[in-house]
Design a protein around this ligand. Structure first.
Ligand SMILES: *[C@@H]1O[C@H](CO)[C@@H](O)[C@H](O)[C@H]1NC(C)=O
Ligand SMILES: *[C@@H]1O[C@H](CO)[C@@H](O)[C@H](O)[C@H]1NC(C)=O
Ligand SMILES: *[C@@H]1O[C@H](CO)[C@@H](O)[C@H](O)[C@H]1NC(C)=O
Ligand SMILES: *[C@@H]1O[C@H](CO)[C@@H](O)[C@H](O)[C@H]1NC(C)=O
Length: 502
């Protein structure tokens, strides 16, 4: 009896001390894309805590990154796991290849690490027009083989297949969503693919980018790209479709897809939004104010659960992206490295209201390199002939996308501009002394050269996280990644020396 009372007392004490443990999850939880193409990735355990602290309970990975997957084990976060386009052909070519992929990248993480994988996203925007049909024939067979492999692995009840597609797989001849249909060159393929997903409990995933509409067309009506603020008059560009008024491009775009699906008798397929967001740098329309405006409108809709005229319930929406990634390809544009709601280190870029008036909160426990920067020497001439080569070199191995016109560092004078490039290289090289040695043009300073919107960043000390990380199983890969990076950097530094010697 006394023991039982004591146990009860302890339980009550625990409940009082840790109320969060007993609090129910928010009804409308959030989902995000977690990309890992950063030179100094935010450690997995810190990223998972960042997700949880901000109410994200679903995450999408572009590949089976072991570090991310291990950190997601037993986290309560559901995972959509990507199978990259470059594996489509081999997985389409043999069931055995699909089985190997599932065993190594899905089964292992589910059973050994307790990762709650719910979807395999086969390919990433494989029907994008710019791929010129390269992945078209492999996609459906790859989906079928992955499905067969999931069945064989005994995972088919829990893990379903999907294909994330770009919004250019459908269109509307007269601009009205109700006229939506699939792009003619892939219409047959779309019908077969969606039919297969529908028959196997899968979902269709669609990526919608109002920012790219604006980026691609200088005449695109700006206010139509955003969700209307409550009480504001509808955009002049709103589309009247029968008795429905479409006031923003997201609703119109999503319903164009739904109309296309209904036209082919596929209206029963669940549709999720795989990517949507707004970048904060690297283009004149990419800044914190615009991103906040777009993402707050989006989050408000998610929290309210308010869908579109054709699908009144908001689907799962994976915001793009959780974090900035300074080593992504800039082929799409300089903005590509700046999609994060959070900076590379998990600090918020702007305020966002979540459910119940809560604000987003920063990552905890991040360790940084020392507070020092590499800058152009005061007594060096800004017209020194060696500068152009040195800056070009620095920017080849680090991220200078903030220096472009209209970007956060686009207004620096010539000297600060050079300093910015030097510092990016120095930080990318983990502040090695030899990385601030641009032909005697550079010097290390402890005075922060940041000015206005332009931040001279200090990178995450991935080495210190490696030494102190609590998850020993994650250590080998981190060590591997940072040592291969040092190898690249040693080459870069050797190149730097030769470049400057001649
Ligand atoms: C950065 O990207 C390049 C090009 O994709 C790649 O070769 C390199 O390994 C990446 N570096 C890191 C540290 O991931
Ligand atoms: C997944 O599994 C395949 C084996 O089919 C393997 O080659 C690959 O490296 C694994 N990891 C990723 C990230 O795809
Ligand atoms: C700043 O640096 C970038 C990258 O090297 C260059 O494209 C740009 O023209 C420079 N701007 C100024 C004002 O020097
Ligand atoms: C570097 O420049 C400073 C000042 O311009 C000069 O005093 C110094 O001798 C130079 N060092 C080398 C190694 O050229």
């Amino acid at each position: 009896m006394a023991a039982a009372l004591r146990a009860l007392a302890v339980l009550l004490w625990v409940a009082a001390a840790y109320p969060v443990v007993f609090r129910a999850r928010p009804v409308q939880a959030l989902a995000a894309n977690w990309g890992t193409r950063a030179l100094h990735p935010l450690p997995g355990d810190i990223t998972v805590r960042l997700l949880r602290d901000n109410g994200f309970d679903k995450v999408k990975l572009f590949e089976a990154d072991p570090n991310a997957l291990r950190a997601l084990g037993h986290s309560g976060i559901q995972v959509m796991l990507g199978l990259p386009n470059d594996l489509l052909a081999s997985v389409a070519g043999s069931v055995n290849a699909a089985e190997q992929w599932v065993i190594q990248n899905v089964s292992t993480y589910v059973s050994r690490y307790g990762v709650d994988i719910r979807y395999v996203a086969v390919g990433n925007e494989p029907f994008l027009k710019s791929y010129k049909g390269k992945f078209e024939s492999a996609t459906l067979p790859a989906v079928q083989n992955v499905q067969a492999a999931l069945v064989k692995a005994g995972l088919a009840r829990q893990v379903h297949v999907t294909v994330p597609l770009n919004a250019d797989v459908y269109e509307s001849g007269d601009g009205k969503p109700s006229s939506g249909d699939f792009r003619p060159d892939i219409a047959g393929l779309m019908v077969s693919l969606v039919r297969f997903l529908l028959d196997n409990g899968g979902v269709l995933t669609i990526n919608i980018y109002p920012f790219l509409s604006l980026y691609a067309d200088a005449n695109f009506p700006v206010d139509y790209a955003y969700f209307p603020s409550p009480g504001a008059p509808p955009s002049q560009a709103s589309v009247q479709d029968g008795n429905v008024l479409y006031t923003n491009v997201f609703d119109a775009n999503y319903d164009t897809l739904i109309a296309a699906l209904e036209k082919h008798g596929l209206g029963a397929i669940p549709v999720v939004v795989g990517e949507i967001g707004w970048p904060t740098d690297g283009d004149k329309n990419a800044n914190a104010a615009n991103a906040q405006r777009f993402n707050q409108g989006l989050f408000d809709r998610i929290v309210a659960g308010k869908g579109t005229p054709r699908r009144p319930t908001m689907p799962d929406v994976y915001v793009f992206a959780l974090l900035d990634e300074d080593n992504k390809s800039v082929d799409p544009g300089n903005f590509e490295r700046h999609w994060g709601v959070f900076n590379y280190d998990g600090s918020p870029k702007y305020q966002l209201r979540l459910a119940a008036g809560r604000s987003i909160v920063p990552a905890k426990g991040v360790r940084y390199l020392s507070k020092q920067w590499c800058v152009l020497r005061q007594d060096a001439s800004a017209t020194d002939p060696a500068i152009a080569g040195a800056v070009g070199y620095a920017c080849q191995y680090s991220d200078c996308t903030s220096l472009g016109a209209g970007s956060s560092c686009g207004n620096l004078d010539a000297r600060a501009n050079v300093s910015y490039a030097f510092n990016q290289f120095f930080q990318a090289a983990n502040q090695q002394k030899s990385a601030c040695n641009f032909n005697n043009l550079s010097v290390i300073t402890t005075t922060d050269p940041s000015q206005g919107t332009c931040r001279f960043e200090i990178m995450i000390d991935t080495g210190r996280h490696e030494l102190t990380g609590k998850s020993p199983s994650a250590a080998p890969r981190v060590a591997l990644a940072s040592s291969s990076w040092s190898a690249v950097l040693v080459l870069a530094l050797v190149g730097l020396t030769t470049l400057l010697a001649c």
